[in-house]
Design a protein around this ligand. Structure first.
Ligand SMILES: [Zn+2]
Length: 208
């Protein structure tokens, strides 16, 4: 079947195949081969037949389905079994297994990505989304991220508790008044660890 240029009606159209790739969270990128039509008469270049849309959609769906299995395996490695996942989120038994087998739609994928990124959301769900428990979970995780890589044995218990409490207060204030500050909290770099370390040394051991 001859392809017609939508701009000038010419059938003198060059057909090229181009390799494409789109990222998938927690999965292999979706790869596909797209068609590019170029009119030899007027120079218009596009997908004249509209065939790429379904090709890209299928590739995205296939990679996303495979990523569901990968995310459930990642969670399993962190000690979160499929049964635990289902119980915490009040899902029917075997739901996760069906997702793992590829029967996964947009909403389950979104849920899996959230839990894979923030596994402690399961604790929040487990606690029936009670606001105080939810707020504590956020603070605990923020403090844990902040303290990642700090040698625990280098400080006294009192100093540890003191700085930890202070950090939680600061994180809470940051979340309350400036969401950007809270978002920018990430595991400290090596130099940041040194800074925190010297901060510890300045805290009296009798504090907290
Ligand atoms: Zn043309």
């Amino acid at each position: 079947m001859a392809v017609t240029c939508p701009a000038c009606g010419s059938e003198n159209v060059k057909v090229e195949k181009v390799q494409g790739s789109l990222p998938i969270p927690y999965g292999q990128p979706a790869t596909f081969v797209e068609t590019v039509h170029t009119c030899n008469d007027c120079g218009t270049s596009a997908d004249f037949t509209g065939e790429n849309e379904s090709i890209v959609k299928n590739a995205l769906e296939e990679s996303a389905a495979a990523s569901a299995a990968a995310m459930l395996e990642d969670l399993n490695k962190e000690g979160i079994t499929q049964a635990h996942f289902e119980r915490a989120l009040r899902l029917p038994a075997r739901t996760a297994a069906r997702w793992k087998d590829g029967a996964v739609s947009a909403a389950p994928l979104a849920l899996l990505r959230l839990v894979r990124t923030f596994p402690w959301l399961l604790d929040v769900s487990d606690a029936n989304f009670e606001p105080t428990t939810a707020a504590r979970a956020v603070l605990r995780e923020a403090a844990n991220l902040f303290f990642l890589g700090v040698p625990r044995e280098s400080v006294t218990n009192a100093a540890w508790v003191y700085v930890r409490t202070e950090t939680q207060t600061v994180v809470a204030a940051a979340m309350e008044f400036d969401p950007q500050t809270a978002v920018s909290i990430s595991p400290p770099t090596e130099s940041a660890s040194v800074e925190i370390h010297s901060l510890f040394n300045a805290i009296p051991a009798t504090g907290g």
